[in-house]
Design a protein around this ligand. Structure first.
Ligand code: FES
Length: 319
């Protein structure tokens, strides 16, 4: 595992700006101004509000620099309280703990990109646009939101990149026309999409004719397992720790590892953040996370042990 993912930083809020209705942009840097670890487009960090409240935020790339991480935080009124706490308590000068960066939404090489964002899903896309520019690869962005005033960074993106950016406020123009946007499948184009579940589902429906591997999604919510079989008990061998334990039907591998005192980092416990990713030594897995792509799941190299389970009697993990 990459040690950087486990390293925790104390960061100071050095700038705070209301970048849209309900969205605050925060600039975080080390109190001594030292550089922060490099990150790549699509990466996110964990904000550790306390031991039980850890939230993931994509890094925003618009005018920041190597000593500063910028995040955009939507105040989710019906959420679990993390974003509200950030809005209420993280002011300039506040010190906050952070881990990462981690990237499960990396920008692969392509001859063209189509970026699609809904609401606060614009945050990881900002870095992708800057990276596509750096690579000299043509791109377009379709960015939807309830209203223009709720769409963070919309003016900045439009001002900087002109008509390659299509801002689609629902109250002015309705929904993004995905059927037209994605009507011609192209094997040289990759599509990166981040936003609320209905938008991702609409993109999935409109892109059924596209080649496997063209679509890349970042989800905020747990993967819909649909007709998943009822849980069954299985054995897990923790190869590094040298123990074999049973994972009962009512517990996750993560819970069993925690109870056995095996050191494993976790955060969301619902398969959305990627923190508990663990390498598979052998065995088949029923993947239930929303982090890995369909190709990564098929490759069976790693799994999210907070939600995914064995599809065989014994799994061997690099833990
Ligand atoms: S703890 Fe977030 S994916 Fe497992």
């Amino acid at each position: 595992m990459n040690k950087q993912l486990h390293t925790e930083y104390e960061l100071e809020v050095v700038a705070r700006e209301e970048s849209a209705d309900g969205v605050v942009a925060l600039d975080l840097q080390r109190p001594d101004g030292a550089p922060l670890p490099d990150w790549t487009a699509g990466a996110h960090i964990d904000l550790v509000l306390d031991e039980d409240v850890v939230r993931q935020y994509s890094l925003v790339e618009l005018g920041n620099n190597e000593t500063c991480w910028r995040i955009g935080v939507l105040n989710v009124h019906d959420g679990r309280g993390g974003s509200r706490r950030i809005h209420e308590s993280l002011t300039i000068g506040t010190i906050v703990r952070a881990r990462g960066p981690r990237n499960h939404f990396a920008l692969e090489p392509a001859q063209k990109y189509i970026f699609i964002a809904g609401g606060i899903g614009i945050t990881p896309i900002t870095g992708m646009i800057v990276e596509a520019e750096r690579r000299g690869v043509p791109w377009t962005l379709a960015y939807g939101g309830r209203s223009r005033s709720s769409m963070a960074f919309a003016d900045c993106l439009e001002g900087q990149f002109g008509d390659r950016v299509d801002i689609v406020p629902e109250d002015e123009r309705g929904f993004i026309d995905f059927k037209t946007l994605l009507e011609k499948p192209d094997q040289n184009t990759l599509i990166y999409c981040c936003g609320p579940e209905p938008l991702l589902n609409a993109v999935e429906r409109a892109s059924e004719e596209w080649p496997a591997g063209a679509m890349h999604f970042e989800r905020f919510v747990p993967f819909e397992t649909g007709d998943a079989k009822p849980n069954e008990a299985f054995e897990v061998e923790f190869a590094v720790s040298g123990v074999v334990l049973e994972v009962p039907a009512d517990k996750s591998i993560l819970q069993v590892a925690d109870e056995a005192g095996i050191d494993v980092l976790s955060s969301c416990a619902e398969g959305t953040c990627g923190t508990c990713e663990t390498y598979i030594v052998s065995g088949e897995v029923e993947h239930r996370d929303s982090v890995l792509s369909a190709e990564e799941k098929a490759a069976n190299k790693s799994m999210m042990i907070c939600v995914s389970r064995a599809a065989c009697p014994r799994l061997v993990l690099e833990l």
